[in-house]
Design a protein around this ligand. Structure first.
Ligand code: ADP
Ligand code: MG
Length: 481
């Protein structure tokens, strides 16, 4: 009779064998900390300490794991991850000095690797919430992620309104006009973090209030389960106990879960009428959530919709510095700048780049230098099919001419600055996919005609002016470095 322990023990043997003695450290770092926890219907569940750990396994050892599991469990064998939410309670902390990323466990739904079901978002998740019915309210586990605090949430133009609204809500839950508070913005921009942070702050300020964080997916699963078990009443009562409800990723319900939405609609009304606070996040703006049930959608518009935008380069730099400080890691300023200038999509990727860089350096015993960062980030950027950014071009051009970077934005007509701005526009046109209008906007709020003119001027001077030709050449080399 195979048990989860025996299956995993056999897997470990195969893995160790495959990695060979020269990779003993790799084995120790990435496989020994794994704890098997369940075997059911050919699905082996293993527990890993952190989200980062899980991503690393998937990235680097997926083939090995896949082969090994199939050898043990047959062609239908599957592996499921469970991630310990709080990295501080991992049974066996990983031995290298990798940072605890504080990142939330994210389910990789779209992974096209059939054998991997993905990661359990939170081990303490309540699959059957109503077992708590009859239990004192304050026993409801809040499911908040303790790493996501307001103090850790770097403020920038991109999130000022949302952060301030969150703060107000935590001070005075249910009593402001921000009810519900809808936080929306693209993926990886901090919705989950901020929503959690507001919940944590609320608990600090109002220790008696019952705060609950739940993802829309969890809510849906729980509801479906309740219908199956014919105890939807208990389900509803459970939610009616909550003083402060955070529902994450409501866009998950778009075009599905009509009955779930209905159930939530009633819970929403119940809570709202009693001045209980509701926070909802969505990676779409309310106007794009047209596939939600209209009644529910109209409720979302009752309170405040606050947008989380993409952080500008200064905010990105501040976020990187904060993560480093939290993990007690030092990094040269030029490396931090390099990352901040080059990863401009969202905070999750920014963090991912930082974590990979630290991992690379610690696993290969290499110093974190600008060169290492360039190699890594270039790969990172390429693998995400992104290219050089306008921000980065501005930085290279300004560094080259020893000008302050904000001069590109200034209206000045000083010759050297005009030239730097024109060169920036020229390279931005050449090296990015941005439109002339966007380039103009980012280079001192100019219109597209100005950009076009700049591109022509530079092209001309490049042909006719020796000095100019030299600059273009030198800069081109810098971009290729
Ligand atoms: P979303 O829910 O919008 O997809 P998350 O809240 O999961 O995004 O954020 C992705 C990662 O970026 C998290 O690790 C989070 O801690 C981090 N993050 C996002 N915004 C900030 C910020 N303003 N300051 C610090 N960290 C941030
Ligand atoms: Mg989220």
């Amino acid at each position: 009779m195979q048990t989860y322990k025996s299956v995993w023990a056999n897997c470990l043997k195969i893995i160790k064998d495959n990695l060979g003695p020269e990779n003993e450290q790799v084995y120790k770092t990435w496989f020994e900390p794994i704890v098997p926890i369940q075997l059911e219907d050919n699905v082996l569940t293993i527990r890993v300490p952190t989200q980062f750990f899980y991503e690393w396994l998937e990235e680097h050892f997926i083939d090995l794991l896949k082969r090994t599991i199939r050898l043990q469990l047959g062609p239908n064998g599957m592996l499921k991850y469970s991630i310990l939410m709080d990295t501080s309670i991992a049974d066996q902390p990983i031995s290298t000095n990798l940072p605890s990323t504080g990142r939330q466990a994210v389910i990789n739904r779209a992974k096209d690797v059939p054998m991997f079901i993905g990661a359990d978002e939170n081990e303490q998740k309540i699959t059957n919430p109503y077992i708590y019915v009859g239990v004192q309210k304050r026993k409801v586990p809040s499911q908040l992620n303790g790493n996501y605090t307001l103090e850790n949430f770097v403020e920038g133009d991109c999130n000022r309104l949302a952060r301030a609204a969150g703060y107000a809500v935590a001070e005075n839950p249910g009593r402001t006009s921000f009810n519900p508070l809808l936080l929306h913005g693209g993926v990886g921009l901090g919705k989950t973090h901020l929503a959690n942070a507001i919940g944590i702050k609320t608990k600090e300020k109002h220790p008696d209030s019952t705060v609950l964080y739940v993802t829309s997916e969890q809510f849906l699963q729980q509801y479906v389960e309740a219908v199956k078990n014919k105890n939807t009443n208990d389900f509803v009562h459970y939610y009616e106990m909550i003083d402060f409800l955070i529902l994450d990723d409501i866009q998950f319900w778009a075009s599905k879960g009509t009955h779930t939405q209905e159930a939530f609609f009633h819970i929403f009304n119940y809570l709202h009428q009693r001045n209980r606070q509701i926070i909802i996040t969505s990676d779409k703006a309310p106007s794009e959530l047209g596939t939600l049930e209209p009644r529910l959608l109209s409720r979302l518009k009752w309170g405040l919709a606050a947008d989380l935008g993409t952080p500008d380069v200064d905010t990105r730099m501040a976020i990187l510095k904060q993560k480093l400080a939290n993990d007690g890691i030092e990094m040269p300023q030029d490396v931090i700048e390099y990352i901040a200038y080059n990863i401009n999509t969202n905070v999750r990727e920014l963090e991912g780049a930082l974590v990979s860089l630290i991992a690379q350096s610690s696993l290969n015993h290499r110093q974190i230098t600008l060169d290492l960062a360039k190699q890594m980030i270039d790969k990172f950027v390429k693998s995400n099919t992104r290219e050089i950014t306008i921000d980065y071009i501005q930085k290279v051009v300004c560094d080259y001419f020893k000008l302050p970077i904000d001069c590109i934005q200034s209206p000045t007509r000083k010759r050297e600055i005009v030239q730097a701005r024109q060169l920036t526009m020229y390279f931005a046109k050449k090296m990015t996919k941005s439109s002339l209008a966007i380039i103009g906007l980012q280079c001192g709020n100019k219109d597209h005609a100005t950009v076009l003119h700049a591109c022509k001027t530079v092209a001309n001077l490049n042909e006719t002016d020796k000095q100019f030709h030299f600059w273009v050449d030198e800069l081109e080399k810098k971009f290729k470095e």
